[in-house]
Design a protein around this ligand. Structure first.
Ligand code: NAD
Length: 481
């Protein structure tokens, strides 16, 4: 069994002192040089890309060691490539994003002009989780640096090797007055959330997100909360079942389901419940033909999460649900791995239907109709992601229009997250705000509205003392508003 990493990064008072030192340093550097040029921002993005590439092997190893095992290809796809492509996209678009841009001015206020002039916010804090510990630290950092801010990152204590590798890599490449990492656990996280940053981006669970928002509110620090939830995958009557099953099995088994946008559960037509389960089993077997000994399949991050997932499965079994394991739990459990475990038609009170699963356990629930699927989703918290599979565009549009979720991929899983031109974020309990691409630049900027009054403005006609003439001008102006 891999070592439990849960307590290998002790919370030291030095971590909090280091946080306070870095924050004070960045604040005073900001006071001296608050508005970095386009070239300085491009240089920061180049540094971020360079350190990601230069430390690629170290990051892959650190993450795999922290998990117990994770395939290098998964880290390459979901951490390295995603981070670099996001930073490159920011580089290509930065000039356009930074440019002040005009917006229409109402007729009665012409010939004045209205513009939006983006400005950096100041010192930004980023709290990142363990599941994609590199991407979820560096992608928001890239957006914040592109927007001209200074950045401090606090990675998760559950990935201590990655956190330390990242801390060193950033320290080697960046002036700590621009970007730095502070390591530590929950206490450091609490102190971090109480620090009066100019903006705080938190990625993690909904429960901790609420505490972070409360702590930040004491300083009126604005927050972006990238949280979790139960993301449904709906298989419509019109779907190609095998294609949907391949996609769902992939989305659920990547990183062993420890993905915020993994399909949490499947809603399938009642008469296709068994066929859906069979198709997912077949797809999973093709991707992981010898899962029991495969290095392609990721371990569960800690003993606590492993036990949490096992109890969900036991609870569903005790309540009479049909359990199908793709792989042998006898072979996998000692490696702190859990086979893809399908739970067919569990009762409503099963734990697996109540909390976010965040592991390779997949309930498959029967639905009677599209309306039935919509009702099910709307009776629960708004999900971070929603997946819909099928060819019937009327049914698809009904689901898209009548449900609210952070984002959607139609006829596949996960991929909306990888589109830099789409904002990424949750809604309701799955999050507040968004980043990626221009949405990220805007999140970390103050979009300052500026009105340039004209010498020929008629505004003075409305100044006191108010007379009959003022009333007449006002009644004319009202015709134009
Ligand atoms: P978590 O909420 O336990 O921890 C996240 C971070 O918060 C860690 O760095 C941790 O040290 C810190 N922290 C813990 N307690 C804190 C406190 N009281 N104050 C401030 N910081 C504190 O989450 P996790 O287990 O690391 O990650 C899993 C969760 O994250 C899942 O719910 C998943 O859906 C969600 N997630 C969301 C996204 C997204 O982009 N929306 C991405 C990945 C993960």
């Amino acid at each position: 069994m891999p070592a439990d990493t849960a307590h290998t990064a002790p919370d030291l008072s030095e971590n909090i002192e280091e946080l306070n030192r870095l924050f004070a340093l960045q604040k005073s550097a900001w006071a001296v040089a608050p508005f970095p040029s386009y070239d300085q921002r491009i240089a920061s993005l180049d540094r971020l890309i360079r350190l990601t590439e230069a430390n690629e092997e170290a990051f892959i190893k650190a993450i795999s060691d922290d998990f117990g095992n994770r395939a290098r290809q998964e880290t390459l796809i979901a951490e390295i490539v995603v981070t670099i492509s996001g930073a490159r996209h920011a580089k290509r678009s930065l000039r356009k994003w930074m440019r002040p841009h005009g917006v229409p001015t109402p007729l009665h206020m012409l010939p004045g002009r209205s513009r939006i002039e983006p400005q950096p916010l100041g010192v930004v804090g980023i709290i990142s989780p363990w599941n994609y510990p590199l991407q979820l630290a560096l992608a928001p950092a890239a957006a914040a640096l592109a927007a001209g801010n200074r950045v401090i990152i606090k990675p998760s204590e559950l990935t201590p090797r990655l956190a330390e590798t990242l801390r060193k890599a950033i320290a080697d490449e960046f002036d700590e007055r621009i970007c730095a990492v502070v390591t530590g656990g929950v206490e450091t996280g609490q102190a971090f959330a109480e620090t009066p940053f100019d903006h705080l981006l938190f990625t993690g669970s909904t429960a901790i997100g609420m505490r972070v928002a409360q702590a930040a509110a004491k300083n009126l620090t604005p927050v972006t909360l990238e949280l979790g939830g139960k993301s449904p995958a709906i298989i419509d009557e019109s779907a190609d079942l095998d294609a949907a099953a391949r996609s769902i099995a992939y989305g659920k088994m990547l990183n062993a389901g420890q993905t915020c946008v993994a399909p949490d559960y499947v809603l399938a037509p009642r008469d296709k419940l068994d066929a859906t389960a069979d198709a997912i089993v077949n797809a999973a077997r093709k991707m992981f033909p010898s899962i029991d000994t495969s290095h392609d399949y990721t371990s569960i991050i800690s003993d606590r999460h492993f036990e949490r997932l096992k109890s969900m499965i036991d609870d569903a079994r005790d309540r009479g649900a049909r359990i199908i394991e793709v792989g042998s739990s006898n072979a996998l459990y000692p490696q702190r791995k859990i086979p893809l475990t399908l739970i067919v038609d569990p009762p409503n009170d099963a734990g697996v239907l109540k909390e976010e699963i965040f592991g390779p356990v997949l309930p498959i629930l029967p639905t009677a109709s599209t309306e039935n699927a919509i009702d099910h989703i709307n009776q629960h918290d708004r999900p971070l992601a929603l997946y819909w599979y099928g060819e019937d565009n009327t049914a698809r549009d009904k689901v898209l229009q009548k449900t609210v979720s952070g984002g959607v991929t139609v006829n596949d899983t996960l991929w909306h997250v990888a589109q830099e031109n789409l904002p990424f974020g949750g809604v309701g309990k799955s999050g507040i705000g968004a980043y990626h691409g221009e949405a990220g630049f805007n999140t970390f900027s103050h979009l300052k509205p500026v009105f340039y009054q004209s010498r020929f403005s008629s505004g003075a006609l409305l100044h006191p003392p108010y007379t009959e003439k003022t009333t007449k001008i006002l009644s004319i102006l009202r015709k134009f508003i």
